[in-house]
Design a protein around this ligand. Structure first.
Ligand code: PLP
Length: 383
């Protein structure tokens, strides 16, 4: 059998990670400013995390959800503490798409309604309902164009008032739109969504799969607006590379019978990874670090002439230029050994470094970016 070849690949084979760096087979060191799509939160191979997961692996990596697993309760308790949402309930899954799928099901179960409102440019994952709610026609198949989904522009107050009514089960919105190219909902817009969904009995789902877990300088990006969503989905940073996702469910929602379940969701190994991550986030003040180093980076980026716009918060940053970034990104990787991300918006570089970086790593990135941009300018001048 051979690999089902669906991913475009860089010709790099990382074999080791440490903090904000990864190393390839030849021992070449790369600065990781993308964290493998925003997954590495506490840093590669954090010793406390390695120890916790290794111990659990040798003790009991898995048993099903039909037995008592105190690790799920420990994770829920610590997540509640670190996020300030002690009264929420935690349903555990294995990925971001699955978390959104579960949240939408909970909304359907809670309301008995069929309609979903999602946002233009939004991305919620690749499973059937999650991708149908996403505004990425390229990722859709013949089965994903569902009439129950209505997409509206973000930050358009009139649009939401026009479409929201008592037939809508859920409004789903990212804390900050990531895949699209780092676009933020206005705080007033989130407040309006919260107020309006309450008035129609609609569930407000905040997709914090990418923007959560300290990524945006608060534990969840929606915290900037002070709202309390009905359902919050999370995944990427939650396991620092171990597959785990979750839905935080508001206290007024009772667990539905039958419609939710997962063989692997909340398994012992995943929970040990999740607990280690939360412990490190708290102990090393990584949410605060994300806010602090994020501001530092944004200020440095503002000094760069060729940058057209900087978007984002904390360590979730979009840098937009007047031209497509494909060449800059390749040069950063191949000539300066710096991983960065792209976005649907072709002129935007997406930065999602580990939350543990310091000014040293930020300076290394800025230096590499300036170098690439200067070389590019000179090339244009010569030609
Ligand atoms: C906001 C958001 N939601 C959901 C997903 C899907 O997560 P996963 O790939 O873990 O299914 C992603 C992935 O990029 C995402 O950015």
């Amino acid at each position: 059998m051979k690999r089902f070849d669906v991913y475009p690949l860089f010709n790099i084979e990382p074999v080791k990670g440490e903090g904000a760096y990864i190393y390839d087979q030849q021992g070449v060191k790369y600065l990781d400013f993308y964290s493998g799509h925003g997954v590495i939160s506490i840093g590669h191979a954090h010793p406390y995390y390695v120890e916790m997961v290794s111990q659990q692996l040798s003790r009991l990596p898995f048993y099903s959800n039909s037995i008592i697993n105190p690790l799920q309760d420990q994770l829920a308790k610590r997540l509640g503490e670190v996020s300030g949402l002690m009264d929420y309930q935690l349903f555990l899954v294995n990925s971001g798409a699955e978390a959104n799928e579960a949240a939408l099901k909970i909304a359907a179960g809670q309301t008995g309604r069929r309609k979903i409102i999602s946002l233009e440019r939004g991305f919620h994952g690749r499973t059937a309902l999650a991708i149908a709610a996403s505004d990425n026609p390229k990722y859709h198949t013949s089965m994903n164009d569902l009439s129950i989904i209505q997409r509206i522009p973000m930050n358009d107050f009139e649009a939401i008032e026009k479409v929201l009514n008592e037939e809508v089960a859920a409004v789903i919105i990212e804390g900050i739109q990531g895949v699209a190219g780092i676009y933020e909902p206005e705080q007033e817009y989130l407040k309006a969504l919260s107020r309006l969904t309450k008035s129609t009995g609609t569930m407000l789902i905040l997709d914090e799969v990418q923007s959560g877990y300290g990524r945006a300088g608060k534990f969840y990006a929606f915290e900037y607006s002070g709202i309390k969503p009905d359902l919050i989905t999370m995944a990427k940073g939650m396991g620092n590379g171990f597959p785990i996702g979750g839905v935080a469910v508001a206290p007024h929602i009772a667990p539905p019978a039958n419609i939710l379940g997962s063989t692997f969701g909340g398994n012992h190994l995943a929970c040990s990874a999740g607990i280690a991550v939360v412990d490190v986030i708290k102990k090393e003040s990584l949410v605060e670090n994300s806010a602090k180093i994020g501001s530092y980076l944004i200020n440095q980026l503002r000094e760069i002439e060729q940058v057209k716009e900087i978007r984002g918060k904390g360590l979730m940053i979009g840098i937009e230029f007047d031209f497509p970034i494909i060449e800059i990104r390749n040069k950063l990787l191949m000539e300066h050994q710096v991983f960065t991300g792209n976005a649907t918006q072709p002129n935007t570089i997406r930065l999602l470094p580990p939350l543990s970086i310091g000014e040293g790593e930020a300076n290394q990135f800025i230096k590499a970016l300036k170098h690439v941009l200067t070389a590019q300018n000179e090339a244009v001048y010569i030609s």
